[in-house]
Design a protein around this ligand. Structure first.
Ligand code: SAJ
Length: 429
């Protein structure tokens, strides 16, 4: 039975290690963070993801997945550590640390795979030279490949198995070895290429999405200017057979789409003009939302901000535009209350208290939806209407049933919509 060592048990490493374990490989899952290890040892998940608990429990109970603090000798190593942004450049220090942990363990015939998203050239020019310090020659004595993950948080387990996958080797044989490994559970096509192309493809995919969201956001800003409802306009435009405009919103967050395009800007600053503009447009959306809130209820008004995570149905707040809105609103002097059923109230560093919905909306001047969690779409509107001081709603995702809210006397403004329209403004006071 091949032995695999997965370094990093986060959003990608944990599901990947568990998949391999359930497929029958003997897997060592490594995470230096004692909280992650303690959570897994006590049967809890460090992250929220549909079906993941069942998979991880099965992997641990089978004995095929074992959690460790340090890497151990194996036939193959997978590096799945963060590559955060530092001054708009990739911080490769976690990759470097993981690679240096592997160096003393490397043996002839090993395979090392980098899954973390990295700037083009990293596997060949950064990872391979570190691994060469073992005295083994990359491409000849050890195989090295970049196999980026492409899974969507919220659908990770399904997409890990079903999505087509890239195996980018520093040599064709390295690509073949990597493809063979993932064949243990991947049902999609495994496409072989070189490592740098695989790196470029991964970053291009996320950049494509970022640029398209930026276009949707720019349409929303223009629609507000010319007095058109952008949601109606997008719906009508998307009837064209070759048009698919994405959804405007309070910005783009998460650990990938808000980060990866900068890797291309950094690689070729003169050429990456559209990509840089898209990043700037998306990054400026929280400011636009806060301006809208200021117009609806000037500070020190009290506001309930619904949603803190970077998108619906996840617990991840990394680069969250909703969190950015909350920070800006607190700085501008709003009395801010936060509500998000997916986020633990113990989470440190939030700019305002995280409260249950009844407390968050009690006596507020304005309710603003920032994340379209199902829990918010299913709110008891009568209860909210009875609790708030003023019945005003701002919807940054066009996700709520506006007719139902309006029927309870709410005045509604929508990001990208026409000016707030409700004949009569009711208050519960
Ligand atoms: N967003 C919008 N409007 C949209 C779509 C998204 O405002 O129409 C916003 C979301 O609210 C969120 C951000 O964009 O803040 C990103 O969300 P997402 O669902 O588009 O993507 P992620 O970051 O959860 O996952 C992406 C995926 N990449 C692509 O779809 C090209 C996923 O397949 C990647 O594996 C993942 O990045 C990653 O790890 O790289």
């Amino acid at each position: 039975m091949p032995r695999l060592c997965v370094l990093g048990l986060g959003y990608i490493g944990l599901p990947t290690a568990s998949m391999f374990a359930v497929a029958g490989l003997s897997v060592i899952g490594v995470d230096p963070n004692p909280r992650v290890r303690a959570a897994l040892e006590s049967g809890q998940l460090p992250i929220e993801e549909p079906e993941l608990e069942t998979l991880v429990t099965a992997a641990l109970q089978s004995g095929h997945l074992q959690v460790r603090e340090r890497a151990e000798p194996a036939d193959a190593f997978i590096i799945a550590v963060p590559t955060p942004l530092e001054d708009q450049r990739a911080d490769l220090s976690y990759v470097e640390r993981a690679a240096r942990d592997i160096v003393p363990l490397l043996r002839r015939g090993n395979l090392v795979i980098l899954e973390s998203t990295v700037p083009p050239g990293t596997t060949r020019d950064f990872l391979a030279p570190i691994l060469a310090e073992s005295g083994l020659m990359p491409g000849r004595d050890v195989c090295i490949a970049h196999c980026p993950e492409r899974v969507l948080p919220g659908r990770i387990l399904l997409e890990l198995v079903e999505n087509d996958r890239l195996a980018g080797g520093i040599t064709p044989r390295c690509a073949d070895r990597a493809a063979d490994l993932y064949g243990a559970f991947v049902k999609g096509d495994i496409m072989r290429t070189d490592a740098t192309t695989a790196e470029m493809v991964k970053v291009m995919e996320n950049t494509f999405r970022d640029v398209n969201v930026a276009l949707a956001n720019e349409f929303a800003l223009i629609a507000e200017h010319v007095g058109v409802d952008v949601w109606e306009a997008i719906n009508l435009a998307n009837h064209h057979p070759r048009v698919n405009v994405l959804r405007p919103g309070p910005g783009v967050g998460g650990h990938c789409i808000a980060v990866d395009p900068w890797f291309l800007v950094d690689a070729a600053p003169q050429a990456a003009r559209l990509i840089r503009s898209a990043r700037e447009i998306n990054d400026q959306m929280p400011e636009h939302v806060v301006h809208a809130l200021e117009r609806l209820a000037p500070p020190p008004a009290s506001i309930a901000l619904l949603g803190v995570t970077y998108k619906a149905e996840v617990d991840d707040i990394r680069e969250s535009p909703a969190l950015h809105v909350a920070q800006l609103a607190a700085q501008r002097g709003f009395d801010v209350r936060l509500c998000d059923p997916h986020v633990s109230p113990e989470l440190a560093g939030l700019p305002a208290p995280l409260l249950p919905i009844e407390q968050a909306v009690r006596d507020v001047d304005l309710v603003a939806l920032l994340v379209d969690h199902r829990a918010f779409r299913e709110l008891d509107i009568d209860l909210i209407a009875a609790l708030v001081k003023r019945r005003r709603l701002y919807d940054a995702r066009a996700a709520l049933d506006h007719a139902a809210w309006r029927a309870r006397g709410f005045v509604i403004s929508v990001l990208g919509g026409r000016a707030a329209q409700a004949a009569v403004e009711h208050t519960s006071a």
